[in-house]
Ligand binder design. Structure first.
Ligand code: IMP
Ligand code: MG
Length: 207
């Protein structure tokens, strides 16, 4: 496996692991083989990195002496959220938010909030997202928390980051893996609501 983590700093490379372990072979059935190119990040690798991310968050919260108020963005970040919070050894407040896009009268994609979190006025929030792609979603959600919900601060924690696709000037404060421009599924990420349950991150063939 390639070196992936540089002293808890930003991830520098992702491993490209193929379909190797017996568990992966069992999960990637013939049906999936037609759709999945390769395993980009294995289950083990995800487990180790998510543990490290939890440590990074804990360190930051301890230093700032703030409460940890996590908002997980549905549905993609649910599996990441479940794995992350179980590696945090103090009290965590977990809430959810749902955001979707729709076509409005003016050109361009619009976003709207479908499920509101509890009252977050004055709170320091950590937003959990599966992937930071163009940055439109997180940019919108961050503004929503700061301006509309009057949160005190908003940090972003994304399992994956595709920096080459960015349209908005936004970066995550915590990133699991920086990946190239390919469409991925698994660990919560979907293609038309499928493949969220794969325990690894795989490259999807049709992109
Ligand atoms: P953004 O607004 O372009 O940053 O998009 C963020 C959302 O797009 C994520 O929450 C995902 O739902 C979706 N997305 C972006 N890239 C991928 C991918 O490679 N696989 C699955 N979903 C993706
Ligand atoms: Mg999503």
């Amino acid at each position: 496996m390639t070196k992936i983590i540089d002293n808890f700093k930003k991830v520098i490379e992702v491993p490209n692991e193929g379909i190797k372990t017996r568990r992966e072979k069992t999960l990637v059935t013939d049906f999936l083989k037609e759709r999945i190119d390769r395993v980009l990040i294995s289950e083990k690798c995800l487990e180790l990195r998510i543990k490290e991310m939890a440590n990074e968050l804990v360190k930051e919260i301890r230093q700032s002496k703030k409460e940890l108020y996590i908002v997980s963005i549905l549905k993609g970040s649910v599996i990441f959220a479940a794995d992350l919070i179980r590696n945090i050894n103090f009290d965590v407040n977990l809430d959810f938010l749902s955001v979707s896009s729709y076509v409005g009268r003016k050109p361009g994609k619009k976003l709207r909030i479908n499920l509101e979190p509890e009252d977050v006025e004055g709170k320091d929030i950590v937003l959990l997202e599966d992937i930071l792609d163009t940055g439109n979603t997180l940019n919108f959600v961050k503004e929503y928390f700061l301006k509309k919900k009057k949160a005190r601060s908003v940090k972003i924690c994304a399992l994956l980051d595709k920096p080459s696709r960015r349209e908005k000037e936004i970066n995550a404060d915590f990133v699991g893996f920086s990946i190239p421009d390919c469409f991925v599924v698994g660990c919560g990420l979907d293609y038309n609501q499928h493949f969220r349950n794969l325990p690894f991150i795989a490259v999807f063939k049709k992109y």
